[in-house]
Ligand binder design. Sequence first.
Ligand SMILES: NC(=O)c1ccc[n+]([C@@H]2O[C@H](COP(=O)([O-])OP(=O)(O)OC[C@H]3O[C@@H](n4cnc5c(N)ncnc54)[C@H](OP(=O)(O)O)[C@@H]3O)[C@@H](O)[C@H]2O)c1
Length: 283
Amino acid sequence: MRAPIPPSSPAFAGDGRLDTPTTEEIMNDYLADLFSLDGRTAVVTGGSSGIGRGIATALARAGATTVIVARGEERIARTVADLQDAGCRAAGVVGDLGSRDGIRTLAEAAVEPFGEPDILVNSAGINIRPPFAEITEDDWDATMTVNALAPFLLGQRYATGMAERGYGRLIHISSQQAHRAFVSSGVYGASKGAVESLMRSEAEAWGGSGVTSNTLVPGFVLTPLNARLQEDPAQIAALAERTMIGRNGLPEDFAAAAVFLAGAGSAYITGHSLFVDGGLSVH
Ligand SMILES: NC(=O)c1ccc[n+]([C@@H]2O[C@H](COP(=O)([O-])OP(=O)(O)OC[C@H]3O[C@@H](n4cnc5c(N)ncnc54)[C@H](OP(=O)(O)O)[C@@H]3O)[C@@H](O)[C@H]2O)c1
């Protein structure tokens, strides 16, 4: 069905017929203005596995040129190849966010393939879960460095340029543990609490410059991060039962939320924690 002629002046096709857009074309343009990432560049830490891989795939398929950052070369190569096979523009950078020098080195290396990013997703994370009384200072440092210091330093490094260009999206991944004790929170919970506070500080710092900072809060997601917990089917089933939806999360559950927060349509949303947890946190 042809759409009614819009109020703006109609264009004419080469043969003189009125070339009015179809309803589908109008809808596509509208959705593109809100959500398309065409022309944007994204850096996704931890983009080679789990939630980060799900988000990197979503951003790339929504049009963003995407750089995947992690330590393991093989998983990076596989992810980049899958994205390229799907027609996306993607590259991988190997590096380690486990030290200050590593973070700084990676921050520079990640801009080499395609230039400064418009979108930063901090998904790289570790959860080593020692019993609370046995947590060492090294455990604290290791967890805080990857989970909280890397998001801080990378965000600071990239957001200045984002603000100068008038567009930037900082997206963090926190955890239920930022809000409540849950499955041996330990130092991991403290690091995720730091991430959500960092988000608020970034939202304040960059407000008005076109740069936003938001957080996705997963529930229990079936990824390699919690492979050990997944060996206990009863615990997995119990966690699924605690959600409103009735199942645990999957990496692809983050696709729509990530594209939404990365796109132009979310310009007035900043400092927000969006729970993508099947309703787990409603209890
Ligand atoms: N799965 C869940 O239930 C859950 C729940 C709440 C929050 N989260 C959060 O979601 C994020 C993603 O977790 P996930 O479950 O998707 O985990 P995952 O599958 O284990 O992926 C973690 C990613 O981070 C990378 N990474 C880890 N340490 C790194 C380092 N030192 N330097 C660079 N990259 C590093 C890993 O690649 P390499 O190992 O090759 O470096 C991998 O790509 C994390 O921040 C996690 O805390 C997960």
